[in-house]
Design a protein around this ligand. Structure first.
Ligand SMILES: [Zn+2]
Length: 388
């Protein structure tokens, strides 16, 4: 919910899943079966250990009310339904998706920044002839490649986005590979990566920055993420080798902002080698940040880059906390207003009709401002409903 996933087109309904053979193994080795985290990923429908489909545990309680987690074999309420994998080719495709999902989940934080992903997409699309030298997508080829790969999988639980995306793959690929990429649900990334690359490692390798001449340290990214911890390496570069935060960040292929955040997290004292921002300007920027002005307008008004403003936000947790809570308050005020207005205009209509009105804010209030919503509904003599 915090990630906004419930509101995205991929949806937030993720029933618990499990592998019968893993449960049997668990019982033999530990005495009881447990839910495996890697099986719960929305893009994982098969067990990579046993090469068999997972089963879905349905229970009669709606997911939003299922706040408790029980062991898989203790709850007699579950009805198990095995996922129907239509063919061997589909099985191979789902195994790759499951393996990629596990691998992606295991990557250290900040391994794949959006800009870096976008560069990887651009390179791989060009190299495989799916985009021209100038980066224009060959849309017909791309759509037919993806459709062939995932044919027959659209009806599997959790893969409905395949149908929803349909012919919009070129648009999606374009938005994920733009110089300033849009954010995309991990499932969409995994589906696209699965269709255009040979393996996730190949893709990650493609995303790694190309070594510059004269660089002393150029890690292979795929090797990097499996063999040691980024933060440790970062600490070593700064504390032992005396690199600046900027140089260490560059060597590890992350942005300077990420490097500064790591340095803070690791409590490394470092000297900023960038052009120092005068204290007076920092004070002014902080004040504007506390007022809630946009980052771009603050950067323009203070004559500094947006990166500098973000850096100041990162350096002052109370500023980012205040901005978050202010943004939430104004979002809540807007949601309350639009819901009240919709109810006012449709006072003779059923709640269902109000909820089908675009921009009615019901779901947002349901998730974020539940008590207010309940009070408002009972004032109107209505009962809340959850069914979609
Ligand atoms: Zn298994």
């Amino acid at each position: 919910m915090l990630l906004g996933i419930t509101a995205s087109r991929v949806g937030g309904h993720h029933p618990l899943k499990g592998c019968e053979r893993c449960f049997a193994d668990d019982e033999a080795s530990r005495g009881w079966a447990y839910w495996h985290v890697e099986h719960q990923l929305p893009s994982t429908l098969v067990c990579t250990k046993h090469h068999c489909p997972l089963s879905i545990a349905w229970d009669p309680i709606t997911p939003v009310h299922r706040r408790h987690w029980l062991l898989p074999r203790l709850n007699k309420l579950y009805t198990w339904t095995e996922i129907q994998v239509p063919s061997n080719a589909a099985m191979d495709c789902l195994l790759r998706l499951a393996a990629d999902s596990e691998r992606l989940m295991g990557l250290p934080p900040a391994t794949l920044e959006p800009e870096r992903l976008a560069k990887g997409y651009q390179r791989i699309l060009r190299e495989s002839g799916l985009a021209t030298e100038h980066g224009n997508l060959r849309t017909v080829r791309l759509v037919s490649l993806i459709k062939n790969r995932y044919r027959g999988l659209e009806d599997l639980p959790g893969l409905a986005p395949l149908r929803a995306i349909g012919d919009q793959w070129p648009g999606l690929a374009a938005s994920l590979s733009r110089r300033t990429p849009r954010s995309g649900h991990p499932l969409k990334h995994l589906l696209l990566i699965g269709a255009i690359s040979d393996s996730l490692d190949q893709f990650i390798e493609t995303c790694a920055p190309r070594p510059l001449s004269g660089r002393t340290y150029t890690p292979s990214l795929a090797e990097e993420v499996t063999t040691f911890n980024y933060l440790e390496r970062f600490k070593e570069l700064v504390s032992v080798h005396g690199k600046s935060v900027a140089a260490a960040s560059h060597a590890l292929g992350v942005s300077r902002t990420t490097g500064v955040q790591w340095a803070k997290r690791l409590k490394i004292t470092y000297k900023s080698r960038g052009r120092p921002v005068p204290t007076k300007t920092v004070t002014k920027i902080r004040r504007l940040l506390m007022k809630g002005n946009s980052i771009s307008s603050i950067a323009a008004a203070s004559g500094v880059s947006m990166t500098t403003v973000y850096r100041i936000v990162g350096a002052h947790p109370e500023v980012s906390e205040k901005r978050r809570s202010d943004a939430f308050s104004s979002q809540r005020a807007a949601a309350r207003r639009s819901f009240s207005a919709t109810c006012g205009a449709m006072s003779d209509k059923a709640l269902k009709a109000i909820r089908s009105r675009p921009g009615n804010s019901y779901m947002w209030l349901y998730r974020n401002d539940h008590q207010w919503l309940q009070d408002r509904l009972s004032q109107q003599g209505r009962v809340s409903s959850r069914s979609r």
